[in-house]
Design a protein around this ligand. Structure first.
Ligand SMILES: Nc1nc2c(ncn2[C@@H]2O[C@H](COP(=O)(O)OP(=O)(O)OP(=O)(O)O)[C@@H](O)[C@H]2O)c(=O)[nH]1
Length: 177
């Protein structure tokens, strides 16, 4: 994800490894409405750290590497867990990255599409190297967030009485003399 964020933010690919994200990295990307993107560690041993962050997330981008079967299997495990802990209306995007590496591909596009369908999430193949679908991925998330916030049924919108018992609600009336 780090390379994808750099491509989206700076429009370029910086080859070579970034140091593996330990815990949480942080990049702010301005959407309308503004949203922050947290680049969390993909590695299994950080899962408990990451859990605390995605629980309240509005959108999650889950990446696997199309040249790595284990990364694909790992995203399946993440999807199962996210299903359990994330908010119900969270926007989830599954991205098959490194699509420029056609000759090393081990995960077919259809397998990514199938996994996405299974969990009802949005799917795209991307390349942080060539920039393929990078803007589209972030824009799709942004648009979907806006669409969902507009369409949010009334019962899911914020109500004062959800957080305060009715007797403690401030009274609406006031008269001034
Ligand atoms: N060819 C190619 N290489 C890529 C692409 N995206 C990332 N890489 C390379 O893959 C390696 C890992 O990339 P990162 O962006 O650091 O991976 P990450 O998912 O952020 O990894 P963690 O921070 O450990 O979760 C680096 O060597 C990148 O240069 C891509 O789309 N194409």
């Amino acid at each position: 994800l780090t390379s994808l964020l750099v491509q989206f933010d700076q429009g370029k690919f910086i080859p070579g490894s970034f140091s593996a994200t330990v815990g949480i990295g942080f990049t702010v990307i301005h959407f309308t409405p503004d949203a922050s993107i947290w680049d969390t560690a993909g590695q299994e041993r950080f899962r408990s750290v990451t859990h605390a962050y995605y629980r309240d997330a509005q959108a999650l981008l889950l990446l696997y590497d199309i040249t790595s079967k284990s990364s694909f299997d790992n995203t399946r495990a993440w999807l199962t867990e996210i299903h359990e802990y994330a908010q119900n209306d969270v926007v989830i995007m599954l991205l098959g990255n490194k699509s420029d590496m056609a000759s090393a591909r081990v995960i077919r596009r259809e397998e990514g599409e199938k996994l996405a369908r299974e969990y009802g999430v949005i799917f795209l193949e991307t390349s942080a190297k060539t920039g393929l679908n990078v803007d589209e991925a972030f824009m799709t998330v942004g648009k979907e967030l806006v669409r969902r916030s507009v369409q949010l049924p009334v019962e899911h919108r914020f109500h004062l009485h959800d957080v305060m018992p009715p007797e403690k609600e401030p009274s609406v009336c006031c008269s001034f003399r």
